[in-house]
Design a protein around this ligand. Structure first.
Ligand code: HEM
Length: 482
């Protein structure tokens, strides 16, 4: 583990000859396995497999040291050949650290910065009303409705278009995203480990990944062009709603078409969905699980809403600062079930020494957000959902906003303010009108809920059933009026 002239690598499971640690890379829920490994090896767990070096960062301190203090080195993304083969290298999340990333990031920042949040409010409130109504009409489809809520806010922002669950634009975007998810891990497709395979012709045995990539590229292309062309057509007809696409096109025209290449506008507007929807929908799914499992939390939130808002209207953003318990539910939600438990992989763009260890250039660096947000030294009984942990003894909210769930450094989630306000409004609106209860079978017995989470880069609860019961006649009439 010592290279002659250099410092040792950080500790980790012993490498196997030839294959490195390939068999030690935990299957199942890697965030839990790595948290366990960190008890043995410390904050940093380092492994090599098939020439791919991986460093898992398990503490907030080490994450801040590397991603914030050494952000010049740790702001890159791993080079994953399948990403570009599938046409997904248009996506800011996966772009290497550099000039193109900066251009994307500037546009996202401008649109999604904290000060821009009031511009989202009307859309968020409209989408929240749709959510409540959809839940009343087809409660068993609650997962679909929870997904449509952030999807519609995101698509309206990007294209000025209110989508439905079976909208073809959503469908093609989902297909492109689903194909990406299956190929994004370094070891999921051989070409990710042996990039030279991309040069083999398509007739060559074992190159099925090429046809797969081609199919995905088709979806990505439609995802970029179909809604974009629709906006341009509406602009020509004078019927386009103001949105990110119209704004960028207008800014570009004003700058003599020198500011944004058309392809950049298509890439940025198409990317928002991929970044925003899976993560937000997973968070809302986890919210429902947390609430159905914790009726006492629901009662406390409802008591607060009744006091601050009453029962004659729905909560809105003006109420936010007066409802600390709802705020604490939001913080506990993203602590308890971070949607991206292992964050998004960063990569070291040069050799770096940290605490006497060598982290070589190209190392994939994964923040184990789940391990940090389940650190028993900071959060007692971390697996329990307890919003109360965010209050100081004097009853005021603590300074901990659970922000680590949005990642670190220069690549921190650029949509975090809209993610936060969208989730907050969902919590407040749902608790204003519904009590969420476990479903019962025909014999009247509660249908058990495992409470387990799905594996994957985005973690969400395994499917479960529950009922959305209007809280009162006043709540019922609020819902009927939507
Ligand atoms: C609960 C919802 C969300 C969670 C938990 C979440 C979490 C994250 C995380 C962990 C990262 C990686 C940060 C890093 O590399 O360290 C990220 C990146 C990103 N997120 Fe979010 N996100 C959410 C919602 C959104 C929304 C609504 C948008 C809207 C546009 C968005 C846009 C992005 C973008 C563009 C990036 C890439 C930033 C970059 O690479 O420079 N996210 N997000």
């Amino acid at each position: 583990r010592f290279t002659p002239k250099k410092a040792p690598f950080p500790p980790g499971p012993k490498p196997l000859p030839v294959l490195g640690n390939i068999f030690d890379v935990p299957a199942g829920k890697p965030w839990k396995s790595f948290a366990t490994l960190s008890k043995q090896y410390g904050d940093l767990v380092y492994m090599g497999a098939l020439g791919v070096n991986v460093l898992v960062v398990n503490s907030v301190k080490a994450a801040e040291d590397l991603f914030d203090k050494h952000s010049r080195v740790y702001s890159d993304r791993p080079n994953i050949p399948m990403v570009s083969l599938m046409g997904w290298d248009i996506n800011i999340i996966l772009l290497p650290y550099g000039e193109l990333w900066r251009k994307h990031r500037r546009i996202f920042h401008q649109e999604y910065r904290a000060e821009a949040m009031p511009e989202f409010r009307e859309d968020q409130e409209y989408a929240a009303m749709n959510l409540l109504r959809n839940l009343a009409e087809t409660p068993k489809r609650f997962k679909t409705h929870l997904r449509l809520y952030p999807a519609s806010i995101t698509m309206h922002k990007a294209y000025g278009h209110w989508v439905t669950s079976d909208d073809p634009i959503v469908d093609v975007t989902e297909q492109a995203g689903n194909m990406l998810k299956l190929c994004i891990f370094p070891g999921s497709v051989l070409v990710n480990v042996f990039p030279f395979l991309r040069h083999l012709p398509e007739w060559f045995p074992g190159t099925g990944f090429k046809a797969y990539a081609r199919k995905c590229r088709g979806f990505v292309d439609q995802m970029r062009t179909v809604p974009y062309d629709l906006v341009k057509q509406r602009m020509a007809e004078g019927t386009a709603e103001p949105c990110l696409t119209t704004q960028l096109l207008e800014e570009n025209e004003a700058a003599g078409h020198e500011k944004y290449p058309e392809e950049l506008i298509k890439d940025v507007t198409a990317t928002a969905f991929a970044a925003a929807v899976d993560t937000s929908a997973a968070t809302l799914d986890s919210l429902i699980l947390a609430l159905v499992k914790n009726p006492e939390v629901q009662r406390k939130a409802q008591a607060e809403i009744d006091t601050v808002v009453g029962d004659a209207r729905l909560p809105n953003f003006e109420d936010r600062k007066s409802m600390p318990y709802v705020e604490a539910i939001y913080r506990e939600l993203i602590r308890w079930a971070p949607a991206a438990p292992m964050g998004v992989p960063h990569a070291a763009s040069e050799d770096n020494l940290y605490n006497g260890f060598l982290i070589p250039k190209g190392t994939i660096v994964l923040p184990n957000i789940w391990a940090m947000s389940h650190d028993e030294n900071k959060y007692s009984e971390p697996d329990n959902f307890m919003p109360e942990r965010f209050f100081r003894e004097d009853g005021t909210l603590s300074d901990d906003t659970s922000s680590i769930s949005y990642g670190f450094g220069r690549r921190v989630c650029v949509g975090r303010y809209v993610a936060e306000t969208t989730a907050w409004l969902a919590i407040a609106s749902l608790m204003a009108v519904y009590t969420i209860k476990p479903s019962r079978d025909a014999a009247g017995n509660e249908i058990p809920i495992s409470g387990e989470f799905r594996n994957g880069a985005i973690s969400m609860p395994l499917p479960f059933e529950c009922d959305f019961v209007p809280r009162s006649p006043a709540a019922l009439s609020l819902i009927s009026a939507l």
